[in-house]
Design a protein around this ligand. Structure first.
Ligand code: PAF
Length: 261
């Protein structure tokens, strides 16, 4: 019997549902974990306000045919004197890593704990959190965790905005601006086709994102899809991840696009 785990922090949306559907296709039993993991939030981040619509999440899981929901309390996951952490030290140096100190340490630690508790054969993650997915894959390889990691495509709203539980924070005006993040990413394809180099593309992308009303650019980067290191002169055929993080008001949104150079 094959068991799949879909780790989530709840506030389930169509992106999560696509992970659950993929899990159902590949496994006999599907477990969804719902745990807003305190250790992956920085002190100034949104842990307290993170949405927790637990009853609605349970209904969505039931409709989607989930076999078990694992929803522990924080003191069960982190008992007093908890002092062991899992830290990936290379991929986490890039993109969101330096901007969210301790974030990926919190993610790796909780995900390994969930893996040990549930002991699934397969675990499903979304490509929207491309860096997270890559770091989990690295952790699983480096620590010989016998679980197959499956990464599923980004699910978007009709207007292109990547699905995220944090989209719920946006006011109507901010929500109207948010799809322009994806629109800017889409323009990268045209700039690449027009022969622009990486630096020119990055600068143009930064400019587009920084000019969105009410927005503040956190980063825009063109990185190697495997190492997450900045690329300046990619070789033909190199797989590039174009990754962005933008604050719309106080809400931090991330998105990305894969590009073959
Ligand atoms: O992607 C998320 O929702 C979280 O980072 C995860 C993987 C459930 C760990 O808390």
């Amino acid at each position: 019997m094959r068991i799949a785990l879909v780790p989530t922090m709840g506030a389930l949306h169509a992106g999560h549902m696509s992970l659950i559907a993929a899990a159902r296709r590949r496994a006999d039993k599907v477990v969804v974990s719902i745990f807003v993991n305190p250790t992956q939030f920085g002190p100034a981040e949104d842990f307290a306000q993170y949405p927790r619509p637990f009853a609605a999440d349970c209904r969505a899981c039931a409709t989607a045919g989930v076999d078990l929901i694992f929803a522990p309390q924080a003191n069960q996951m982190y008992p007093p004197n908890f002092s062991t952490w899992v830290e990936e030290t290379a991929l986490a140096q890039h993109l969101c890593g330096p901007r969210r100190p301790g974030h990926f340490r919190g993610v790796c630690t909780v995900v390994l704990k969930l893996f040990n508790i549930i002991q699934p054969h397969l675990a499903f993650f979304g490509q929207k959190d491309a860096q997270q997915a890559l770091i989990i894959r690295r952790m699983v390889r480096d620590l010989n965790v016998p679980i197959k990691i499956i990464v599923c495509p980004i699910v978007r709203e009709r207007d292109g905005l990547a699905m995220s539980s944090r989209n719920a924070y946006l006011s109507a005006e901010q929500r109207a601006v948010a799809p322009r993040i994806y629109a800017a990413l889409q323009r990268v394809k045209a700039w690449h086709a027009a022969g622009w180099d990486c630096l020119r593309i990055r600068r143009a992308l930064e400019h587009e994102l920084a000019s969105l009303p009410g927005a503040r650019l956190d980063y825009a980067a063109l990185v190697d899809e495997q190492t997450l290191e900045d690329v300046t002169q990619p070789h033909r055929g190199q797989h590039i991840l174009v990754a962005v993080a933008v604050f719309i008001g106080t809400t931090r949104l991330i998105d990305n696009l894969r590009l073959r150079w």
